[in-house]
Structures are given as C-alpha cells and as structure tokens.
Write a protein that binds this ligand. Structure first.
Ligand code: GLP
Length: 242
C-alpha cells in the first residue's frame, strides 16, 4: 500500500481524479467501480469536468456502482444511483449501456448479485475507488465480512444505519445494503481508498496501522499489491508518521 497525504480536500480530489483519468487514458475499455458518499464527490465532479474540457474518451469504459441501500428508490437523492448520475454520468453524458448499478428494489436479491458477479468475472475491475465507513467498512462490507465474499446483500451495522442518514432529506429506514464483495475489492487491478476530514482521522489510523483483519475491513488495503490510500492532512493527523 502507498500512502499519499494531500494538503486539503481539493488537492486530494484532484489527485484521485487524475488517477481515474490516467487509468482511462491507459485503458479506454476499463471497468471502473465507484463508491459514492461525501468523500469522492468532488473527485467525480473534477473527472467529469476534465473529461469534457480535455476530451478524454470515456465512451469505451464501463462503470459499476460499488453499493446501494436496499429498498431505496433510484430517484431518492440519498441513493447511490442518484449520486452517480448527478455528479458523474449526466455531466459526462455517459450512455446507459456503460452503467451498471444495483437495482435496490429487486425482488430477487440473488439474481441481482449474480448479475454483478458475472460482469466482474468476465472483465475484471481495473480501478476501484472506495471510501471508508466510520466502522471501517468498504462499500457495505461491514466488520466481520468474509474476505472471500463476492457480491452480496448485507445486514447493515448500527453505525452504518446511523451515519447513513446524512445522505437523505428525511429520516429513512435502512436495514440492508447490496455491495460488491471484499474478494472483488481486493482483486481489483488498482485500489484507491480515499478519506478526508478530521472525523476520519481515527479511522485512517486504524486502516493504516492496525493489524490486517476483516473486523476492520479497511485494513485490507495494507496488503493490496497496488493499493493507494489517499487522504488530506486532517484525515492523516493521527498517523504515527506521514
Ligand atoms: C457509505 C457507503 C460507502 C462509502 C462510505 C463512506 O455508507 N456505503 O461506499 O464509501 O460509507 O462515506 P462518506 O464518504 O460519506 O464518508
């Protein structure tokens, strides 16, 4: 794992955006897997902006959504679906055929997982962009998730349910999430984990310095052969050295 610490959220986001753009320039048919949340928002806006201005060709890429809140409609502004369309797909004019997001309203959860597993197996993920939950989760791979897990529906941790309210306009009941599995996260050619802000400092300390364990899934980044932990100064402030 390589740790890279940037001055602030703006510089962190610009660096992440550059890694995404560089990946697509090197492999125009890349399969990209993107988390949502407050952390990568500016990076995606920067990707969209640069792609349009610099005419970076994303037309051959495929984009997978890392996770989704089960039972939440795609037009809910708190859904991962809405987020990716709003900040990335719409500004980039991305074709629907390139986009693979979970259907959170699917009656058949297994079929929904199988579809994603098949797509990942067929192509392999070139670049995976993830954030970190306050309990160390990656996507909805909650503490204790099997390291060999593929795409699955997870019962959400209490911390995830509480913190997750921040994305929604009003109080919602969120009990389950669908997510790409830890094995697939770890098998991505390149893993980019991002965190910013003071409230993520204890989480980053654990992710980078604790023993590797699925009881804090973000620690797995330490053993990814091409893993990058990108933070701003605030999120890195509790690290022994950076
Ligand atoms: C959410 C999502 C994750 C996200 C993480 C951090 O619950 N399931 O995919 O990366 O928690 O979110 P944020 O960037 O808003 O802190």
């Amino acid at each position: 794992m390589k740790l890279k610490v940037y001055k602030d959220y703006n510089e962190l986001s610009a660096a992440a955006a550059a890694m995404i753009i560089d990946c697509v320039k090197a492999k125009p048919e890349a399969l990209l897997c993107f988390a949502t949340g407050d952390t990568p928002k500016l990076a995606y806006e920067m990707v969209a902006d640069r792609a349009v201005k610099e005419k970076v060709d994303f037309s051959g890429t495929f984009i997978i959504g890392l996770d989704e809140w089960m039972g939440i409609s795609p037009d809910n502004t708190g859904s991962c679906h809405w987020f990716l369309h709003e900040y990335l797909f719409k500004p980039m004019n991305m074709d629907a055929s390139q986009i693979h997001l979970f259907n959170a309203l699917a009656k058949n959860e297994k079929a929904e997982c199988d579809k994603m597993n098949k797509l990942i197996r067929a192509n392999g993920i070139d670049l995976m962009v993830v954030g970190i939950g306050m309990n160390g989760h990656i996507g909805f791979n909650e503490p204790g998730t099997d390291e060999n897990s593929l795409t699955h529906v997870a019962v959400l941790d209490e911390i995830t349910k509480t913190v997750g309210q921040k994305y929604f306009a009003g109080k919602v009941t969120i009990e389950k999430g669908i997510t790409v599995g830890l094995k697939q996260v770890m098998e991505a050619e390149k893993l980019l984990m991002m965190a910013n802000g003071k409230n993520k400092a204890p989480v980053i300390k654990k992710a980078a310095e604790d023993n590797i364990s699925t009881s804090f899934p973000a620690t797995l980044i330490q053993k990814h052969p091409n893993g990058f932990l990108l933070t701003d100064n605030e999120a890195a402030s509790e690290l022994k050295q950076n």
